[in-house]
Write a protein that binds this ligand. Structure first.
Ligand code: NZQ
Ligand code: ZN
Length: 384
């Protein structure tokens, strides 16, 4: 196992009727900016619950944060946060609202130049307005990490930054929020969380059996509980298990001390940037290609995954790897996510654009930093 430092300061408040506890968590006498998305919180009643819980608090609202949040929108919120001199930001929504909130919190106090540098140049975030989250959609793990993914519309770029300074002070996770999610968002959430685990697990062995077993536990739980949530949206227990799985998938625990891949995400972000495809769907397309192209260097872990998760024990190693890929694809498709590029009307021209972007950036992806633009092309060609 590699050396590691692990610190996760996020206070998680999990369970039924927890939204009303928000008033106990925000700082006394603080001016709060409430950030939210396209209005789902008003339809689901979450907004009313918060307004009631915070009736004695000074609130400024910033709504309209879009899915795959835009830098341009975030900068409007930064202006508001500055003019109103807000002390704390409360994010209410899914990963998009929370990621936007993290960027707003950092950009509002950034004084070293253009705030886009936080993302484009990975400029260090020295301080940020403190923030908290009420999470309404299990998927990203953003509620318990310091990551944020932002899209700049003007340049069709979707990129991430990460800083401990933007980790939420608290995250309220009420599984009943799952009850109002459309099928598509539930399915996306299951697949996003599943692939977060895969990115930290399907690499190479460093003798880390605890991380492996944690990872396999989350994968198996998502496979067992995810379909139950899709079948019955009011099944509280399954919703709770799904929600906690998604948080555990990307809160740093399973990734501590082990190699990490993230190629699927990096390539997937380009599909969202150019075609607006939902984040999880891009991953469902790309992952089978990564498994296929990297079948030699990931061999031992793919065999372990196949056996422990899907019970694949017969055949040659190559056959077992093929079956593991097929079972993974079958799982995503059973949830309603198509896994090939033509199903999203993406053709070879986009593959060329993405490939040349990776060539220009000179990125080498994957746990061994050995996926160059040629391999990116091979991965995407596998999905045509
Ligand atoms: O915008 P509103 O009106 O709130 O509606 C949202 C949105 O349309 C709706 N929704 C959320 N909660 C709901 C609900 N509808 C009904 N009932 C509820 N309880 O769902 C839609 C999707 O929301 P969004 O926040 O975009 O989804 P998700 O949580 O999947 O977030 C996706 C974003 O997170 C980034 C992705 O790239 C993408 O931009 N990621 C962030 C990560 C992180 N911070 O660690 C890691 C991930 O890999 C991912 O990249
Ligand atoms: Zn993801």
């Amino acid at each position: 196992m590699y050396n590691f430092v692990y610190q996760n300061p996020v206070k998680v408040i999990f369970g039924k009727d927890t939204i009303s506890k928000v008033a106990e968590e925000i700082p006394l006498n603080a001016k709060i900016m409430l950030t939210y998305g396209g209005g789902s919180i008003k339809k689901t009643g979450v907004y009313d619950q918060i307004k009631l819980a915070l009736k004695d608090v000074e609130l400024v609202e910033f709504g309209g944060i879009e899915v795959n949040p835009h830098y341009e929108t975030c900068m409007q919120a930064v202006e508001l946060a500055k003019t109103e001199k807000v002390d704390f930001i409360l994010s209410v929504g899914g990963g998009s609202v929370l990621d936007a909130t993290k960027f707003i919190a950092a950009a509002a106090l950034y004084s070293d130049g253009d705030p886009w540098d936080i993302i484009a140049k990975q400029a260090r975030v020295k301080k940020a307005i403190p923030l908290g989250a009420i999470l309404t959609l299990p998927a990203t793990g953003s509620e318990m990490n310091g990551n944020s993914v932002i899209t700049r519309v003007s340049s069709q770029e979707k990129m991430a930054f990460s800083s401990p300074k933007v980790m939420p002070k608290f995250s309220i996770l009420d599984p009943e929020c799952v009850f109002t999610l459309p099928d598509k968002q539930v399915a996306n959430g299951i697949v996003d969380a599943f692939i977060h685990v895969i990115e930290q697990y399907l690499t190479f062995d460093v003798n880390s059996p605890i991380q492996d077993r944690f990872a396999e536990g989350i994968l198996s739980t998502l496979i067992a509980e995810g379909p139950k949530v899709l079948a019955d949206r009011k099944d509280y227990e399954s919703a709770a298990n799904f929600m906690w799985s998604a948080t555990m998938a990307l809160n740093g625990l399973i990734g501590a001390g082990v190699p990490q891949d993230w190629a699927t995400h990096m390539i997937g972000h380009e599909l969202t940037a150019f075609h607006g495809i939902d984040h999880a769907r891009t991953l469902a397309i790309v992952l089978p290609g990564v498994m296929h192209v990297k079948r030699e260097s990931k061999k031992d872990k793919i065999l372990q995954y196949g056996e422990r998760i899907w019970g694949i024990t017969s055949g040659t190693d190559d056959e077992k790897i093929d079956t593991s890929i097929a079972k993974t694809v079958e799982f995503f498709e059973s949830l309603g996510l198509p896994t090939t590029l033509p199903e999203y009307d993406v053709d070879i021209d986009t593959i060329a654009k993405i490939t040349s972007r990776f060539e220009e950036r000179g990125f080498k992806l994957g746990e061994k930093a050995d996926i160059d633009f040629n391999e990116v092309e091979a991965i995407l060609m596998d999905r045509l």
